[in-house]
Design a protein around this ligand. Structure first.
Ligand code: FAD
Length: 504
């Protein structure tokens, strides 16, 4: 029987390495590529404008690629469990395909849709292609538990073998006997969403540094892979959190939305490494992709992974509730220029370097403000283009020394850390132009500048720019003691291994 298929795009917004899409095209006469847009779903209500813009860009790009195959993308508005039964009937669907997701919310959603498909006699096929490995297989190999150390994950994936090679994108030849019937009112019903329809004000947008879409992802990947020496020498801790242009790949938003396949990225790196001396995990680019697997595995294997309570791997800490401090951190008003510059870059551009994330996450939690990592996680979820449920939760737990990383006595200084790679404070001057006339000597600590220097810089601390919200030297020592207390009460769940802070 020739099938009428819906391929449901969720993440996986690409044609390359999309095994579920290829499965849809087998014995198929009609294909409907569908994206279900549900801005009111609990996972979307917190999404900020930059991420919406990225998504719209990715959807437009996908539609453009599908058109070249004589097909179109149907953006269907509503809740999946409500729209699918209608579509199954209207289009006389016999098969539904999608890429497998691992987050609790997605699993719940998919369970409902699969049940509805069964009720409508629709065959369901899903494939694993968002991660390098089938995450559940890694957990099985580890006797049903998520590995809590990177070295354990490495051992497990070594025993499984290298990740599967990516599959090719469908071609016009693959599509020659397959139609996508497009209704006359396609644009009104299934056309691309606009920011206004998502309750976002386009006036608030700033420059788009990282446009969404598979074509952009593949272009960026190509550009990086041409830098063979850089790829082979890549060591994450040696990259800079405050360079004026990114010192790492910025492929993360493309990976989050699945515009770029992790396996494609992996095998392109393998090709570059071939026959050359190259860095190794955990610090290499292959290592970065394995960190992604690590946190995905933790997200699947650890209950309540995005929370402290009910999360058995997470140290229970008596974090303060301090809306004033939280607002100052979120709105870049802490009075520490390095922290405020990072939070400004995050809000404006939607991406910040990994070590910059370290600095602001440590500052918010165990370093200075003693606010729960869950609050930071929410702010990142809103502002990051690459906001990813497992990676965000996992890294916040790491930085707050709640899970995976236990050297809570190693605290980033909001003053000294940035100086290591940017003595002059050019990064601060870029994102906080108010401070740009401060001499390098005071740029990280403007409150220490004599009044005459502040006047000459045209910025008075306490009036034009805030005084530091806390005394870092004092508060960080106090917080280490509080952390010590939390550790003393800890049940011995976590790893024996305690990796160095910036090993990732
Ligand atoms: P590269 O260094 O070029 O690495 C290549 C790819 O490897 C990345 O695109 C990413 O997919 C993966 N990767 C790199 N570092 C990590 C890591 N530490 N953990 C897991 N995967 C990694 N990353 C997200 O994608 N989404 C998030 O929501 C997210 N939240 C974070 C929150 C905190 C508090 C911290 C400290 C880190 C977070 N990260 C998150 C991880 C990391 O900072 C970013 O993946 C990385 O900086 C993205 O930049 P890049 O693409 O240039 O990375």
């Amino acid at each position: 029987m020739a099938h009428t298929c819906i391929h449901w795009f969720r993440k996986g917004l690409r044609l390359h390495d999309n095994p579920a899409l290829l499965a849809a095209l087998q014995d198929c006469k009609e294909i409907y590529p569908v994206f279900v847009l549900d801005p009111h779903s609990p996972v979307n209500v917190n999404v900020g404008i930059n991420r919406w813009r990225f998504l719209i860009g990715a959807l437009k790009d996908l539609d453009c690629s599908l058109r070249k195959l004589n097909s179109r993308l149907f953006v269907v508005r509503g809740k999946p469990e409500e729209v699918f039964p209608k579509l199954f009937q209207e289009w006389k669907v016999t098969r539904l395909t999608y890429e497998y997701d691992t987050e609790p919310f997605s699993l719940c959603r998919d369970k409902d849709v699969v049940r509805l498909a069964e009720e409508h006699g629709v065959e369901v096929i899903f494939k694993v292609s968002h991660t390098l490995y089938n995450i559940e297989r890694i957990i099985e190999e580890n006797n049903g538990k998520a590995p809590l150390t990177f070295s354990r994950l490495q051992t497990l994936v070594k025993s499984i073998g290298p990740p599967r090679r990516p599959v090719p994108a469908p071609t016009s030849q693959d599509m020659k006997d397959i139609k996508t019937p497009c209704p006359e009112q396609y644009e009104q019903i299934y056309g691309m969403p606009k920011l206004e329809q998502l309750d976002q004000d386009p006036e608030r947008l700033t420059v788009e540094l990282f446009p969404g879409g598979e074509q952009e992802a593949l272009l960026r990947l190509d550009q990086h892979m041409e830098r063979k020496e850089w790829v082979c020498g890549f060591e994450k801790p040696q990259t800079s959190p405050n360079s004026l242009s990114p010192s790492t790949t910025v492929l993360s938003p493309y990976m989050t939305f699945g515009c770029l396949s992790a396996r494609t990225f992996w095998w392109r790196l393998t090709d570059v490494y071939q026959g050359k001396k190259h860095s190794q995990p955990p610090v290499s680019l292959h290592g970065q992709l394995l960190w992604r697997e690590f946190f995905y595995t933790a997200g699947v294997g650890i209950p309540n992974f995005n929370k402290m309570e009910g999360n058995p791997a997470c140290t229970q800490v008596d974090w303060d509730s301090n809306p004033e401090y939280l607002a100052a951190w979120t709105q870049a008003r802490t009075g520490f220029p390095f922290i405020d510059a990072i939070m400004t870059q995050l809000r404006q551009e939607g991406w910040i370097h990994h070590l910059a994330r370290h600095a602001v996450a440590c500052f918010l939690t165990r370093g200075d403000l003693w606010i729960s990592w869950e609050e930071g996680q929410k702010v990142f979820e809103e502002l990051l283009l690459d906001g990813d449920w497992s990676l965000n939760a996992g890294n916040w737990q790491w930085l707050s020394a709640s899970t995976f990383f236990h050297q809570y006595f190693r605290v980033y200084s909001p003053i000294a850390f940035g100086k290591k790679t940017d003595k002059n404070g050019d990064y601060i001057k870029k994102y906080l132009p108010l401070l740009k006339k401060f001499p390098a000597q005071y740029i990280y600590e403007p409150w220490k500048a004599p009044r005459s220097v502040q006047e000459a810089a045209g910025c008075i601390v306490g009036k034009d720019y805030p005084r530091p919200i806390v005394d870092h030297e004092v508060i960080s020592k106090k917080n280490i003691q509080r952390m010590k207390g939390a550790y003393a009460k800890r049940s011995p769940h976590s790893s024996k291994e305690s990796p160095s802070m910036s090993k990732k």
